[in-house]
Design a protein around this ligand. Structure first.
Ligand code: KG4
Ligand code: ZN
Length: 360
């Protein structure tokens, strides 16, 4: 095998929480090899992820994906020093496949097993490097963390990368889910985020003043269901009312929706920065980060507040095994590991702080 330049342990990371089966080998924050098998085509005709189909597909694909990641890293299974898996949150049947595979491999190899939180793993995705150089980014802490994905919209305070503290999360739909539902209302395919972004580029973002939920002056939670309903009424009309305006130009609806969805993130980000004036960096992750308007907003807000921005490239913004391995490696470096009876869990378990008023 080609020994990596770094003397960091080799961690195999496995991801199976939703509709990507993924694996990667990392040394520290350096990604040596990665593979992903997406299931988008299996779920497309249903307009969303079907849990039982997802579990079966993970079962069929997990071993080939792990082999592909090891082959790309030019690493033999016996050389792996630890096995990490995203064991929560996600679809329980899907999580079981990855968790069982990771436990079996760790037991067989006699190496530590680590279960990591999938949402927390998204936060380190902007720190990973693919090149053979060892120039992994070390974030300046304390930082804020933001995960924008199909299942999560969460804001964190990060003093230690392995223990982010939740500041706020969506109380209903996730931002990516809102993109997907609006795409479906507009007759676009699944996943809908990229299709909505493409259509929005041709529309007027000020055509409709869609609502941006405000859950309280100091509250950092999100809500996307009101925005989604408002879009539905704009497209189909308000039930029982004659004065609705169905026939709205789809590109204008897409552009106005995208603008409101992003404005909600901008507002909470500004509130979080005001409440935590010692913040030095912003770590972001999740599939919605692929959206160019989202990236531009994040760059603008970080410039404005003087924060270093750690944005993942497109390959690492979607679900992947490398972020799981990277976070597993950080826990391993702290002496952490888990027992083999660690159960997968559908929900996340976050430490949460009471929200503070902004410093004046
Ligand atoms: O992180 P991810 O791959 O899976 C979850 O953990 O949820 O995120 C997938 C989500 C989907 O909702 C998808 O529509 C959204 O990310 N997405 C986008 C874009 N690309 C992917 N949303 C808006 N604009 C995009 N360009
Ligand atoms: Zn994810």
């Amino acid at each position: 095998m080609s020994v990596p330049a770094s003397d960091q342990p080799l961690v195999l990371g496995i991801e199976s929480s939703c509709d990507e089966t993924a694996a990667a080998v990392v040394a520290g924050m350096q990604v040596l090899g990665a593979a992903v098998a997406t299931q988008h085509e299996l779920h497309e005709e249903y307009g969303g992820v079907v849990p039982e189909i997802a579990s079966r597909a993970h079962l069929e694909r997990i071993l080939p994906v792990i082999r592909a990641a090891l082959a790309e890293a030019d690493v033999k299974l016996e050389d792996v020093d630890a096995v990490a898996v995203g064991h929560r949150p996600g679809l329980i049947g899907a999580l079981l496949v990855g968790t069982s595979a990771a436990k079996a491999l760790a037991l067989g190899l006699g190496v530590p097993f680590l279960g990591v939180d999938h949402v927390h793993a998204h936060l380190v995705s902007g720190l990973m490097r693919s090149e053979s150089s060892t120039d992994a980014e070390t974030p300046s802490l304390p930082a804020l963390g933001l995960v924008l994905s199909g299942g999560h919209t969460s804001l964190y305070r990060i003093e230690t990368l392995t223990r982010p503290i939740l500041l706020g999360r969506t109380i209903d739909d996730a931002i990516g889910e809102a993109f997907d539902k609006v795409a479906s209302m507009l007759g676009l395919g699944h996943p809908g985020g990229p299709a909505v972004e493409r259509l929005a580029a041709e529309g007027d973002a000020e055509a409709f003043g869609f609502p941006i939920a405000n859950l309280g002056r100091h509250r950092l939670d999100f809500s996307y269901s009101g925005l989604k309903t408002s879009v539905r009424y704009t497209i189909h009309g308000i039930p029982g009312r004659e004065d609705a305006h169905p026939g709205a130009a789809p590109a204008d609806v897409a552009a106005s929706f995208q603008s409101a969805a992003i404005a909600a993130v901008r507002r909470n980000l500004r509130k979080a920065i005001a409440a935590h004036p010692d913040t030095r960096a912003l770590l972001v992750g999740g599939g919605v980060i692929a959206n160019r308007s989202v990236r531009a907003m994040l760059e603008e807000e970080c410039r404005r507040a003087g924060l270093a921005l750690h944005l993942p490239g497109t390959a690492w913004s979607q679900d992947n095994g490398a972020m799981i391995a990277a976070l597993g490696g950080l826990r391993l470096a702290e002496g952490g590991s888990d027992d083999l009876d660690l159960a997968p869990a559908a929900t996340t378990r976050d430490d949460r702080v009471t929200q503070q008023p902004p410093a004046s």
